[in-house]
Design a protein around this ligand. Sequence first.
Ligand SMILES: NC(=O)c1ccc[n+]([C@@H]2O[C@H](COP(=O)([O-])OP(=O)(O)OC[C@H]3O[C@@H](n4cnc5c(N)ncnc54)[C@H](OP(=O)(O)O)[C@@H]3O)[C@@H](O)[C@H]2O)c1
Length: 255
Amino acid sequence: MRDALGAVQSVLVLGGGSEIAAATVEALAAERCRTVVLAGRDVAKLGPVADRLRAAGATTVDIVAFDAADTASHQGTIDAVWASHPDLDVVLLAFGVLGDQAAFDDDPASAADAAVTNYAGAVSSGLAVAHHLKDQGHGTLVVITSVAGERARADNFVYGSTKAGLDAFAQGLGDQLDGTGASVMVVRPGFVRTPMTAHMEDGPMATTAEAVAADIVTGLRKGRHTVWSPAKLAPVFTVLKLLPRPIWRKLAASR
Ligand SMILES: NC(=O)c1ccc[n+]([C@@H]2O[C@H](COP(=O)([O-])OP(=O)(O)OC[C@H]3O[C@@H](n4cnc5c(N)ncnc54)[C@H](OP(=O)(O)O)[C@@H]3O)[C@@H](O)[C@H]2O)c1
């Protein structure tokens, strides 16, 4: 339960090794969040993240095995988390793979694997989380989608399409939960400098995990249903979505 001043006190991170998630939990810890559950597929990698969050002020940091691609395990894993932590204020759905469009073109099965992780894994874990948030009558599921889902680009449309599906899922779930006390906040970052993009040159309006984290914390405080990060991407994509296809193709290819 959030404290009397509305500060988040407990967080579950699905994709606990994510840099955006770690920066977000660090920012929440600075605002009195004390209980953190990190769920990830490589638990050995989560130890240093847990140390970082303890240094930021978290007092309880638990680590749980969670593979987004193993959709059949999600209900049981999420139930087990709630059995140990019966009241969670925020669940941050932060896992995802970017992949490489040319590699996906050469190996369609690997493209489907990415779709399972980014989309199907979010559907099964997101619905499992929603049951618990509804039962407790409060809490926010924060879903990190991407501006890549706003309009498909030829050079990363597999990733973009998984994020478009994820964004639609999160919006629909948020509408379904309306009136229950539970909510969903969709976060649409642009290009963020994290391990996921370390091999790439900066995209337009590139930002940092810390800046996205600050936008997420503000969004939670204000009870937003959608957060663009940076905020100026909202009007930019309103225009980009209206461009005729031939112009969009040229523009997307030129970046
Ligand atoms: N960076 C950007 O420019 C950007 C922009 C828009 C949206 N996003 C989205 O933001 C979210 C966080 O990304 P990030 O930038 O923080 O990158 P990141 O540091 O690379 O985090 C991605 C995380 O997803 C985890 N993951 C991948 N597959 C998984 C699976 N099957 N099961 C469990 N966890 C899995 C990774 O775990 P491992 O360490 O085990 O691989 C990693 O911890 C992602 O959904 C990403 O698509 C990123």
